[in-house]
Design a protein around this ligand. Structure first.
Ligand code: NAD
Ligand code: TYD
Length: 372
């Protein structure tokens, strides 16, 4: 592959950071510029090991800043935009939707417009791509027997988060049809793995269990999600950039559907095993039930359901598989094991995130969480 110049928006967030690690490991000659506003979800520590690479640059800025984005595209001669930057937490979108409209809709439109201007001005180059990273949540909810979502499933978003992502997908397609911008879109299922902010289900359950805090399961825990290990998502985007067709949308899924309650029970089993087998971990996490010979599952607590909570997501990823041969490397068992091991080995990354500001937000929104 020739030397590419990538702009990765949201590269200090969960998937963006994993993508930047993946890309710099696999394509050492490529230039990688990260643009990230460092909201509560952006963490420069996730990119720390990359700061010394000459081909890597971090820019602290907002995707809504038209002047900044135009200058970056021009000065860095960016030919590939991989757009992760977003407000991404459904519960926050229910509480305060405005930031979701601003970043996910207006921010995406600003990037599209800047790409259009920069790339129309540079008519000689032909290898441009604007890849938009989106979600399965745009399709709404499934019942038990419904077939999995395909790329032509109608959009039917439930939460303000999902609606804002749906709007951004429509704008990306409109820029293709109206201006011919070389775009692609991927809609992916729930991700998990390293560098995941501990407000989302899997990392929240891990860090709460380690501190002996309650594990808040919404409703009766029967809601089903399809989980994909984050590095597999990064590989799928790589395939779409290299082998996908401009203008197309690809669903990405893990083929790993599980109810929230079963998922949390699996996590508890993995933590019980890891802590039960290590005196050192028992000393580090004395409040974890597994350190006292009990099970982390004792902490599971059913709490009020999320309003408008989608019951089931499932992705049919046949189009991507047929076009690129992509298959996930990890299954749910191997991926969860890797994730638990990562959180046990990287307390220095997640502990500072549980600061007073975040703890206050959790207390306000989940008054029952964290009380033993
Ligand atoms: P995240 O919340 O962990 O990270 C988002 C990043 O975007 C943060 O670093 C944040 O600082 C940055 N950001 C937010 N507003 C910005 C702005 N205005 N300008 C510049 N940067 C800004 O999110 P994530 O889980 O890594 O998700 C990344 C993308 O993938 C999102 O677009 C999301 O919709 C999509 N997605 C996520 C999942 C998932 O399971 N996490 C699944 C499918 C799709
Ligand atoms: P989440 O990680 O927020 O992802 P999404 O809403 O994008 O699917 O939640 C995953 C599932 O877990 C979802 O059905 C809501 C549920 N959930 C809980 O039961 N308890 C929690 O504390 C959280 C954060 C989520």
């Amino acid at each position: 592959m020739p030397r590419n110049k990538l702009l990765v928006t949201g590269g200090a967030g969960f998937i963006g950071a994993n993508f930047v690690h993946y890309w710099t490991r696999n394509y050492r000659r490529d230039r990688v510029v990260v643009l990230d506003a460092l909201t509560y979800a952006g963490n420069p520590a996730s990119l720390e090991p990359l700061q010394s690479l000459p081909a890597f640059r971090f820019v602290h800025g907002d995707i809504r800043d038209a002047t900044l984005v135009r200058a970056l595209l021009r000065d860095e001669r960016i030919n590939t935009i991989v757009h992760f930057a977003a407000e991404s937490h459904v519960d926050r979108s229910i509480h305060s939707p405005d930031a979701f409209i601003h970043t996910n809709v207006l921010g995406t439109c600003n990037l599209l417009q800047a790409a259009r201007e920069a790339w129309e001005a540079d008519r000689e180059a032909t290898d441009f791509r604007f890849h938009h990273v989106s979600t399965d949540e745009v399709y709404g909810t499934l019942s038990r027997d419904d077939p999995a979502f395909v790329e032509t499933s109608p959009y039917d978003p439930s939460s303000p988060y999902a609606a804002s992502k749906a709007a951004s997908d429509h704008f990306v397609r409109a820029y293709r049809r109206t201006y011919g911008l070389p775009v692609s879109i991927s809609n992916c299922s729930n991700n998990y793995g390293p560098y995941h902010f501990p407000e989302k289900l899997i990392p929240l359950m891990i860090v709460n269990a380690l501190s002996g805090a309650k594990l808040p399961v919404y409703g009766d825990g029967s809601n089903v999600r399809d989980w994909l290990f984050v590095e597999d998502h990064c590989r799928a985007i790589d395939r779409i950039l290299r082998q996908g067709t401009v203008g197309e949308t690809y669903n990405i899924g893990g083929g790993a559907e599980i109810s929230n309650l079963d998922l949390v029970r699996n996590l508890c089993r993995l933590l019980d095993e890891a802590i039960g087998a290590s005196r050192a971990l028992q000393g580090t996490y004395p409040d974890c039930p597994a350190a006292r010979g009990s099970s982390c599952a004792d902490l599971i607590t059913f709490v009020a359901d999320r309003p408008g909570h989608d019951w089931r997501y499932a992705m049919d990823a046949a189009k991507l598989r047929n076009a690129t041969g992509f298959q996930p490397d990890e299954n749910l068992v191997s991926g969860l094991r890797k994730t638990v091991q990562w959180y046990l080995a990287n307390e220095g990354w997640w502990r500072p995130l549980l600061d007073a500001r975040y703890a206050k937000w959790v207390r306000q929104n989940y008054p029952d969480a964290g009380r033993t």
